[in-house]
Design a protein around this ligand. Structure first.
Ligand SMILES: Nc1ncnc2c1ncn2[C@@H]1O[C@H](COP(=O)(O)OP(=O)(O)OP(=O)(O)O)[C@@H](O)[C@H]1O
Ligand SMILES: [Mg+2]
Length: 270
């Protein structure tokens, strides 16, 4: 983490973010007045029930949506409103997203090598073909994929391996911010911890800042430095992860944490 005189630099500052869909009777206030900050090198866990607005927050930040209101400052620059060339460049080179379903996010007709190299080509990150190859093979090793699989297609991998491919093609770009939207939800429980550990390991190595969106509170507790709890489009509580888990202040957070044992299959044996 970049800690200067005890203070960390702010990487992302979201203030009063609103993201509405539809009009009139069909108006959905998916995100309504959401504010939070992520410091450089932090992992910020965004939790909350299905439909609370977590994905919408992530998509608004990376500008898949056009925010209805509020401010998003990334590396000190306002990235809401009209996107000029510079802002677009700032977002595309600085923010990457990892999705829940790696199969849907990987082009099935492309070989793994080309999938991982794609961003390298777009952003002109390699100065020669040899460097490009080295970058891809190194990154494959780094995420636990055998480089000899580079000529295979996504369908020839397991779900966990596919998520490793998705992580590799993201991390190779060395983005400042990764938005990981339920990156483990589609995976077997036994594989989930492996992927979480991989994210943690890569975060420590590259100092990447991560917005980690998840349902699983134990994974969020394990991975995140700071947590935000969403309910009905609002962040009802945010703070240091251990502080929020040990001493929740908001009633919704308390209810959410109390629901954990009930979701624990071992408890049903009582
Ligand atoms: N493009 C859209 N158009 C209309 N409504 C939308 C759109 N995207 C999301 N919504 C609505 O906004 C609300 C928040 O959705 P969102 O996907 O952000 O929730 P979530 O917290 O990510 O849920 P989950 O945990 O199930 O992924 C929901 O009511 C959803 O139906
Ligand atoms: Mg979602």
């Amino acid at each position: 983490m970049d800690i200067v005189n005890g203070k960390q630099d702010s990487l992302l500052k979201v203030e009063g973010l609103k993201q509405y869909f539809g009009k009139g009777k069909s108006l959905v206030k998916a995100v309504d007045d959401v504010s939070f900050e992520i410091k450089k090198g932090q992992i910020y866990g965004l939790v909350g029930e299905s439909g609370s607005g977590k994905t919408t927050v992530g998509r608004s930040i990376i500008r898949i949506y056009d925010p209805t209101g509020g401010s998003i400052r990334f590396k000190g620059t306002e990235i809401t409103g009209k996107l000029d060339k510079e802002k677009k460049q700032l977002i595309t080179s600085g923010i990457q997203m990892i999705f829940q379903d790696p199969m849907a996010s990987l082009n099935p007709s492309k070989k793994v090598f080309d999938i991982i190299a794609q961003g390298v080509d777009i952003h002109h990150l390699a100065s020669s073909d040899a460097e490009r190859k080295d970058m891809v093979y190194e990154m494959m090793e780094e995420v636990g994929l055998n480089p000899s699989y580079a000529d295979r297609y996504p369908r020839q991998f397991s779900g966990g391996q596919r998520q490793r491919i998705a992580i590799a093609r993201t991390v190779i770009l060395k983005p400042d911010l990764i938005i990981a939207d339920e990156p483990i939800s589609a995976l077997d429980v036994s594989i989930q911890a492996q992927i979480i550990n991989l994210l943690k390991q890569l975060q420590q190595k590259y100092g990447t800042t991560i917005l980690f969106i998840a349902h699983d509170l134990s994974m969020v507790r394990y991975l995140s430095d700071v947590v935000g709890v969403m309910n009905h489009g609002h962040i009802v509580e945010t703070g240091d992860t251990e502080e929020v888990f040990n001493n929740p202040k908001d009633q919704y957070t308390i209810d959410l944490l109390e629901a954990i044992p009930r979701m624990n299959p071992r408890r049903t044996e009582i």
